[in-house]
Design a protein around this ligand. Sequence first.
Ligand code: CAA
Length: 445
Amino acid sequence: MTAVGIDALEIWTGKLKLDLPGTFAPQKGEDPEKYTKGLGLNASSFPDAHEDIVTMGANAAKRLMERKGLAPDDIGRIDVATESAFDNSKPVSTYIAGCLEQVYDGDFHHANKGERKFACIAGTQSLDDAYNWIKAGRNRDRAALVIATDTALYARGDPGEATQGAGAVAMLVDEDPDLVELSTEQGYGSADETDFLKPNQQFPSVDGKRSMQVYLARMREAVEDFESISDPTHPEDFAYIPFHTPFPGMVRKAGLLGYRHMIRNTPIEESLAEEIGLQPREDDYADREAYEEAIREHMDELKSTDEYREWYGEVIEPTLAISREVGNWYTGSVHIARAAALKSAAESGRDLAGERLLVGSYGSGAQAEIHAETVADDWAEEIDELNVDEQIDERYDLSFAEYEKVHDRHNHDKTIDIEDFTVPEEEFVFTGWGRMNERTYEYVE
Ligand code: CAA
């Protein structure tokens, strides 16, 4: 059977940075460690005045196409996943294709374009769509361009303001991929939830605490669904487990729950029993409340064991490195988690070819998806090409007053003109509005 998966990826971060412990926390009168230790974030990325979801997506896609030596004719499909769209009819993929056509000979007139919406999980759903399209043999030897692009902004003063971010991930999905092959097996956990939504509004209505519970509940369902069609998951089976990362503290909770689930009825649970006892079983408790209390106590003990800490340090922690510096990228978030993990392996000279990842995607509203990936032979060459560290280091460091202006600049209900903080160079920029109120773009040499 032909292997299908991600052949290569590129990342584009918004070019501005808000230092959370240094700049944001003092203004909010909060302890900087709430950000660095509690949420697990050092900084958020923001789009400069000339950036938006189209420029970030197009810039990531252009880097990807250039690096892989691709022409428009090589692409049969452009899918954009976003929850920051500004047009309810014309998809962002058409704007991005229009940008790319400014700099390439040829066009994307025979490429199928669309826009995927299901909160943050839409990026993974777009990968799935591309995978299915290729597996069905409808691709005519062409690859798919999947772009996850978002400006994750919250209303000022909302608790979510601490977890903002902006950036894009462009992925090339193809046969015989160089980076990772996707598993046919998938597990879903999906339910009608009202934890985070944007009913025709730019900034989300969020029930933050509930959204965290819903994330964990749907993720658990997805793992169980995945296991119903594959082997039970085991901590030693996966080199890394990249999760959707709204902020690293969320993944800390998901990792612990996942580990508890994976070790149940295994020799690992037995060996830990001497130190912390076996996991509570619901049948042994008179009511649900007593059982949940026992589980909470057990998890507190589990997270302090050497076995768990070592596993978390190896399998989960490396997935969080990019996210800590850029915040939540919504649809791109799980894809920067995968990139961070592979980057960490490449930097330490680890040979990952043939090893497996378990990928946990999530979108509010709500749905989780679990699938596995097998690392391909040429993964390290692909990952070595990323320049995300340079991009992160080169961001303009905003003062709090500048941050407020940038937030207003990207607020659709305000018309604020501000000067660019960075000088655009060899990139697409937003130039204004056209005759039908469409957004317009040009490439700056
Ligand atoms: N030192 C160390 N840790 C500290 C601290 C300090 N001084 N002060 C606080 N903390 C810890 C807290 O104990 C807490 O950690 P635990 O949950 O492990 O106890 C953490 O820092 C955050 O503190 P709070 O809970 O007090 O923070 P908050 O109430 O201001 O808001 C939030 C947190 C609810 C996540 C908020 O940021 C929010 O609403 N975010 C947006 C919603 C979101 O991201 N939800 C995630 C799941 S939904 C999803 O994944 C989809 C998506 O992308 C949005």
